[in-house]
Design a binder for this molecule. Structure first.
Ligand code: SF4
Length: 144
């Protein structure tokens, strides 16, 4: 139960970070750039769910993040199995896009950088401390 609460909390904090970026990019930089970031983030999340969660052995039974495991049901089915270099590459590049683009745009504005990266740091801290611990997806490099 504690893992699921932590998993949902980490989803919410990550979404707040992305929403903060979209609004800040729109208000302080460029409206069209904020739309590209929004579309790119939706696309990236789907890629991660397909390429990473799609191969997770506990996606149907014990996903501590709850929503990603549930969403795998609506994407083309994949067999459980070891992750390939391609799965990792797509997952890492999707994360780099979602985290890297706001950092690139906010560069030089310490307030925006601090808020965004603080939320991202908190997300990964909660995941690492409470969600990965005891996860049944033994093929994931972060599970403990
Ligand atoms: S446990 Fe992790 S890898 Fe598995 S479905 Fe949930 S979020 Fe994805």
């Amino acid at each position: 139960m504690k893992r699921k609460v932590s998993g949902i909390l980490s989803n919410v904090i990550f979404l707040v970070a992305v929403a903060y970026s979209i609004i800040s990019i729109r208000d302080y930089y460029s409206r069209s750039l904020s739309i590209y970031y929004l579309i790119g983030s939706v696309f990236s999340v789907n890629l991660i769910i397909y390429f990473y969660c799609g191969k997770c052995s506990c996606r149907d039974s014990d996903c501590a993040h709850v929503i990603p495991g549930y969403l795998t049901r609506f994407l083309p089915k994949r067999e459980d199995g070891p992750y390939s270099i391609f799965d990792y590459t797509i997952t890492v590049f999707s994360l780099i896009f979602m985290i890297g683009m706001p950092n690139y745009i906010f560069w030089g504005n310490y307030e925006q950088l601090g808020i965004f990266n603080g939320l991202i740091f908190l997300t990964f801290l909660i995941i690492y401390k409470f969600v990965c611990l005891g996860c049944e997806n033994k093929r994931c490099t972060l599970t403990r």
